[in-house]
Design a protein around this ligand. Structure first.
Ligand code: TXE
Length: 481
């Protein structure tokens, strides 16, 4: 059985204590590989390597860093089917999704930041004929990168790429739940001739390895994506040393459908927003609000479309829904569906695991896409992030009413609004408290835009110039002329 290795100082190495964790294929519920149960001493080795690599990597001309990153992108792309299958086996998502979204986006992340640094520029300010100021943006040093299990390589590379493109070296920890593609990336980095110590991947438990990264005095830049509860722990660990921290956390995103919307478009995308990746995307539209006059017809069509989704073996063609990522997530989703019934909700479809999808997956963590009506907007099911294939549908009558609902949680990550009324679209862009508002679309992503959340969904922004600025330190040089 495969034993995944850490990637430290350009070498694939065993964890020093020789301990491993089981890595389960969620679609079968069976252990299929082992992941290092690394210790803080493994993090220390990675920090030493990152520190040694920093002077030459940060001094390397952007064009040369760019070439190495473009090589990594090409090598991933050359193995895209292998990476997609590995992601599917590790996470439980349908192969078609990993092949169409996860891995192509990881390639794009490397290419986007490898080319951004070739065109990035800075500022200068002339002071009344007596001085000129120019802004230097220099790499900060060693960046600690911690990523989650829902979009493993997509989100891992979303941090690794800008961090290394800007000349930092990195100590990175993917989720212990889905370590495989980060391990495969390590192999690619060896093949691409990335200088040793630029990227160091230390696998293991968050409370041990993640915590060692966030607390390490030589790791002064932390980029985290994960749950809000854990994000708070990361922020606490970083605070005493005034580390620079970026947090991309949970969401409870409103999906608002007006009666004047293009209803076919709104419906198709509302189903996709609710259940893509088995609802395990922080941007999922899990709270659907529909204008009262369109509510009954929307619900009828939404339920019909949801029931048509095929829950199947994620490796089989035609599967629209795979398994949840773990037994823990499976139980969490089930508990929230039970809670919905206790809170007065009516479960119109799903609400339980499906019959075994096939013999291979009879012990997998599958859950039927679930739609619930009749819940109050302040109940726990409408306030807390479930992170599974569960959506609630609630009617509204006025704009003010639905804006209050939309803004009425502790989260503020994203929102979708479906309407043909242009003025209304602009009003919602201004009044919805979230980092991203999509109008007549969902998950349409331009990597140049600021990406992240407000309130308890995030701190700071990723993407484009925001990422390049996060991973660099601005310095003003003022010269008397
Ligand atoms: O995430 P965690 P989990 C939400 C979702 C999910 C919940 C928990 O609701 O059910 O978070 O999921 C590392 N110091 N999202 O447990 O714990 C951990 O090893 C440093 C939304 O998977 O946040 C992993 O690598 N690191 C999210 C990473 O943090 C620590 C996507 C995320 O793990 C740590 C995933 C610590 N003390 C879950 N404890 C999104 N925004 O997309 C854990 N980690």
């Amino acid at each position: 059985m495969l034993k995944i290795k850490n990637y430290i100082n350009g070498q694939l190495v065993e964890p020093q204590a020789g301990r491993y964790l089981d890595n389960v294929e969620p679609a079968t519920g069976k252990v299929y590989s082992h992941v290092p149960d690394s210790e803080p001493s493994d993090v220390e080795r990675a920090v030493v390597a990152a520190e040694q690599a920093f002077p030459s990597w940060s001094a390397m001309p952007a064009e040369e860093r760019s070439q190495r990153m473009l090589k990594i992108a090409d090598l991933i792309e050359a193995r895209i089917d292998e990476f997609a299958k590995a992601e599917t086996v590790d996470n439980g998502k349908p192969l078609a999704l990993a092949r169409a979204v996860d891995i192509p986006r990881a390639v794009k992340n490397f290419r986007f930041f490898a080319t951004s640094i070739l065109h990035s520029h800075s500022e200068s300010h002339v002071t009344g004929g007596t001085a000129i100021n120019y802004t230097l943006r220099q790499p900060r040093g060693i960046a600690g990168l911690i990523s989650p299990w829902n979009l493993p390589l997509y989100l891992f590379s979303w941090k690794v790429a800008p961090a290394m493109a800007t000349g930092n070296t990195t100590v990175a920890k993917p989720s212990e739940v889905t370590p495989m593609t980060a391990y495969m990336l390590s192999e690619i980095c060896c093949e691409a001739g990335l200088p040793p110590g630029v990227l160091n991947v230390v696998h293991g438990l968050g409370a041990k390895v993640g915590a060692a990264i966030t607390a390490h005095p030589k790791i002064m830049t932390i980029s985290f994506t994960g749950g809000t509860v854990t994000g708070r722990e990361v922020a606490k660990a970083a605070a005493p040393l005034f580390k620079k921290v970026s947090l991309e956390m949970g969401g409870k995103n409103p999906n608002i459908v007006f009666a004047d919307a293009d209803m076919d478009q709104a419906l198709d995308n509302s189903v996709r927003a609710a259940f893509a990746n088995q609802g395990q995307i922080c941007l999922c539209g899990s709270r659907i609000f529909v204008e009262k006059s369109a509510f009954d017809s929307f619900v009828e069509r939404f339920i019909r479309a949801t029931k048509a989704l095929k829950v199947g073996d994620p490796l089989e063609k035609g599967s629209d829904q795979g398994s949840l990522v773990s037994k823990a997530q499976f139980e969490k989703v089930g508990n929230y569906v039970n809670l919905a019934a206790e809170e007065g909700g009516e479960i119109l479809c799903g609400g339980a695991p499906p019959p075994p999808v096939n013999d291979r997956c009879k012990d997998g963590y599958f859950f039927q896409p679930t739609a619930i009506v009749g819940l109050g907007t302040d109940c726990r099911v409408n306030q807390e992030e479930i992170f599974g294939p569960v959506a609630t549908i609630t009617p509204f009558e006025t704009e003010d009413e639905v804006i209050d609902y939309a803004n009425g949680t502790t989260y503020g990550l994203s929102a979708s609004v479906w309407t043909q009324n242009l003025n209304r679209a602009h009003r919602f862009g201004e009044r919805i408290d979230s980092g991203t508002i999509w109008v007549n679309c969902w998950l349409l992503r331009d990597l140049r835009v600021p990406f992240g959340g407000m309130k308890q969904s995030g701190l700071g922004r990723e993407g484009g110039d925001e990422a390049l600025r996060f991973f660099t330190e601005p310095k003003n040089v003022c010269i008397q002329t």
